[in-house]
Design a protein. Structure first.
Length: 362
C-alpha cells in the first residue's frame, strides 16, 4: 500500500470507519488472533489495538520462531559450542535466549565457546567451506518462510560433498499450531489473521483445511498498518455475516498455490514430524526433520545428542503468552526481573516476541 503518510492516514480512517460500523453489529466480544511475529511487532508499533472498537479483542499467538524453539535445542547448541573443533552458527536473536539457570549461547561464547552470528544459512555453509578443520553447525529455526532456504543450503552441501556442515533441525509449521489452539479449549478464537510471509511460500491453500474443518474465518494479511486493519475489517465482516471464508488481503504477494519451487525444495529435504514448542508442548506434525538421504547433515546424528526436557524458568508465563491465554503484563516477571536487557523467558528476547513488543510499544 506504500508509505505515503497522507494516503495511509486517509486509507486507515476509511477502514476504521467501516470497521466501527460493522463492529456495532456484533452481539458479543470477538477474539481475533495473529500467528506471525512480524504482525505482532507491527500491531504494537502502529498502535493497532488502540484503533479497534471495544467489541474486538486482538490476541498475539505463537508466531515468533525464536520464542517457540524448545530449550533442549539451546542446551544442545551450548554443549556443541564447547566442543573443540565445533563452531555453532545462528541468527542473532537466538544468542541471548536463556535455556537453564541463565545459560545461553551468549554466556557460552563469553567463556570462549565457538558461537558465530550469521545473517543467512549460506554464510554458515561458506564457513564450512573455508574452515575444513571445523565442524560447522547451523541452528535451523523458523517457519515455512525460512525452511526452503535452509533446504537449499542442505542440498548445496550435499552437491558439494561437504563433510563438516550440519544443522540442528528446529523448524516449525504454522497450520498445525493453529489447529492446536483451536482444539485446546484454552481460548476462544473467532478469526485468524494468517501470516503473510509464510503464505508467500505455502499459498492460501495451506490454510484451507483449517477454515473448512473448523468453520473459522481466516484472512491472509500484509504488514502495513492499513493492511492489518483491512484484514481485521474483512474478518469482522465475515463474522457479522456468519461466514467462514479464506480470503487474501495481501494479494500483491500471496497466491493461492504459493511458491511451488520453494515448497518442492522444502518437501524434498524435510518431512513433517511431531515437534515440541517451548512453553506449549508437543504439537503433532508441526516440525520438520531431515529425510533419510540427508540425515548425515543432522547435528543430532553426528554428535549423538540426547533430548532433554527443559522447562521454562520458574514464574515465567511465556507459554501462556504464546497461546494467547494471558497478556505479557499478566506475567509476574514482566518488566520487573524480565526485561529486554536481561530476559528471563524467550518472548522477551526476539523483537518479534510478544513480551518484547509489548514492553517497547505497549
Amino acid at each position: 500500500m506504500g508509505r505515503d503518510a497522507e494516503v495511509l492516514t486517509k486509507k486507515i480512517q476509511e477502514i476504521k470507519d467501516n470497521l466501527d460500523k460493522e463492529a456495532r453489529r456484533l452481539n458479543s466480544q470477538v477474539n481475533l488472533m495473529e500467528v506471525c511475529g512480524t504482525h505482532t511487532m507491527a500491531i504494537f508499533r502502529y498502535g493497532i489495538r488502540k484503533l479497534l472498537p471495544p467489541q474486538l479483542r486482538h490476541i498475539s499467538g505463537p508466531g515468533c520462531p525464536v520464542c517457540v524453539t524448545p530449550g533442549e535445542v539451546i542446551v544442545s547448541a551450548c554443549k556443541l559450542a564447547q566442543i573443540e573443533g565445533v563452531m555453532v552458527t545462528t541468527f542473532g536473536d537466538m544468542v541471548r535466549v536463556p535455556a537453564v539457570r541463565g545459560e545461553s549461547l551468549a554466556s557460552v561464547r563469553s567463556r570462549g565457546g565457538q558461537v558465530r552470528v550469521v545473517f543467512s544459512p549460506f554464510q554458515a555453509l561458506e564457513l564450512a567451506k573455508d574452515n575444513p578443520s571445523f565442524k560447522i553447525v547451523f541452528i535451523s529455526i523458523g517457519f515455512e518462510t525460512t525452511a526452503p532456504l535452509i533446504a537449499s543450503v542442505v542440498e548445496t552441501a550435499d552437491n558439494l560433498g561437504l563433510k563438516n556442515f550440519f544443522i540442528l533441525p528446529a523448524n516449525k509449521l504454522i497450520p498445525p499450531a493453529m489447529e492446536y489452539l483451536l482444539n485446546s479449549g484454552e481460548i476462544n478464537i473467532h478469526g485468524f489473521l494468517a501470516p503473510g510471509h509464510v503464505s508467500v511460500i505455502t499459498g492460501a491453500a495451506g490454510f484451507k483445511h483449517i477454515v473448512d474443518k473448523y468453520k473459522i474465518p481466516c484472512v491472509i494479511t500484509g504488514f502495513e498498518p492499513a493492511d492489518i486493519l483491512e484484514g481485521i475489517y474483512m474478518l469482522v465482516k465475515q463474522i457479522v455475516r456468519g461466514e467462514s471464508l479464506l480470503e487474501i488481503q495481501y494479494k500483491r504477494c500471496v497466491k493461492w498455490e504459493g511458491n511451488l519451487l520453494a515448497r518442492s525444495l522444502m518437501e524434498r529435504i524435510f518431512y513433517p514430524v511431531d515437534s515440541c514448542w517451548r512453553g506449549i508442548g508437543v504439537i503433532p506434525m508441526s516440525g520438520l526433520a531431515l529425510r533419510k538421504e540427508f540425515n548425515r547433515f543432522s547435528a543430532g546424528k553426528e554428535f549423538s545428542l540426547k533430548e532433554e526436557q527443559i522447562e521454562l524458568p520458574a514464574g515465567c508465563l511465556c507459554g501462556e503468552v504464546l497461546k494467547g491465554v494471558v497478556e505479557p503484563k499478566d506475567c509476574p516477571l514482566f518488566g520487573k526481573i524480565c526485561r529486554p536487557s536481561q530476559p528471563v523467558g524467550p518472548c522477551m528476547v526476539s523483537s518479534e516476541g510478544s513480551c518484547a513488543a509489548y514492553y517497547k510499544y505497549g
